[in-house]
Design a binder for this molecule. Structure first.
Ligand SMILES: [Fe+2]
Length: 245
């Protein structure tokens, strides 16, 4: 079985549609999301609808959570705060209710999904380097976990010795899972990549081959930029898409 993992769509419907096209061509059987369906991008309502239409199972991202929790706005930087306030005004009540219903973590038989960290005390902290991943490895009951939040694709590997290594998520490289190791895969971002590569990204887990692959793809950034400007969202949120930051 092939399972696709997407994350950090952030209201970028143009990129989401392209990702779904590619996922369909790869014959993935299921799609999971590591959160942040909305926030930043100009099409939050359409993204929620698309998630429901494609039966994409998602966890909470901090932006999804913030839609129903204005008291948390102080935690965001200026651009993120403007974007979450705009997003709140442009979502139907039914979509807000859907976002409220998302779980913080999903644990299936052979994998786990979360947004920031597998840590009930601090679920929206960042895993940026091996030391940050320790608590998530400790709490994870499955061999492999998929997450997002930093918008940078990459793989944390806990060796049999307990040492944790990091491998950047390079498009097209296949990671073959070994029985005596555990893995935390940052699947990258569909809607706002931040690794200096503006291409959208997602991940394919082949449960039969026991392998993971990061995929990158081009989408129409001009279209998203224009929508961001037309909708009165900060121009910077469109500019950053071109440089992948
Ligand atoms: Fe995000």
């Amino acid at each position: 079985m092939k399972i696709a993992f997407i994350s950090d769509v952030h209201g970028n419907l143009t990129s989401l549609n392209e990702a779904l096209k590619q996922i369909k061509n790869l014959n993935a059987d299921l799609i999971y999301s590591a959160g942040d369906i909305v926030g930043y991008g100009p099409n939050p309502e359409e993204c929620v609808k698309t998630f429901l239409e494609h039966n994409i199972r998602s966890v909470f991202g901090n932006h999804d959570y913030a839609v129903n929790h204005p008291e948390m706005d102080f935690r965001f930087n200026a651009y993120a705060k403007l974007a979450v306030q705009w997003t709140r005004e442009h979502l139907l009540e039914t979509s807000k209710t859907y976002l409220k219903s998302l779980p913080m973590f999903i644990e299936e038989k052979n994998f786990t999904v979360f947004h920031g960290a597998l840590d009930k005390e601090d679920p929206f902290s960042y895993i940026l380097m091996p030391a940050d991943s320790e608590i998530s490895f400790k709490n994870m009951k499955t061999q492999i976990g998929f997450f997002g939040h930093s918008h940078v694709a990459g793989c944390f590997i806990q060796r049999e010795s307990g040492i944790i290594d990091y491998i950047p998520g390079i498009s097209g490289c296949t990671l073959n899972l070994k029985e005596n190791e555990k893995y935390l895969i940052n699947v990258g971002s569909v809607g706002q990549p931040r690794d200096g590569n503006p291409a959208g990204g997602f991940c394919i887990f082949d449960t039969d081959e026991k392998s993971v692959e990061i995929k990158r793809y081009q989408y129409d950034i001009d279209k998203v930029y224009d929508l961001i400007v037309e909708n009165g969202l900060p121009r910077f949120l469109g500019e950053r898409l071109y440089s992948g930051v």
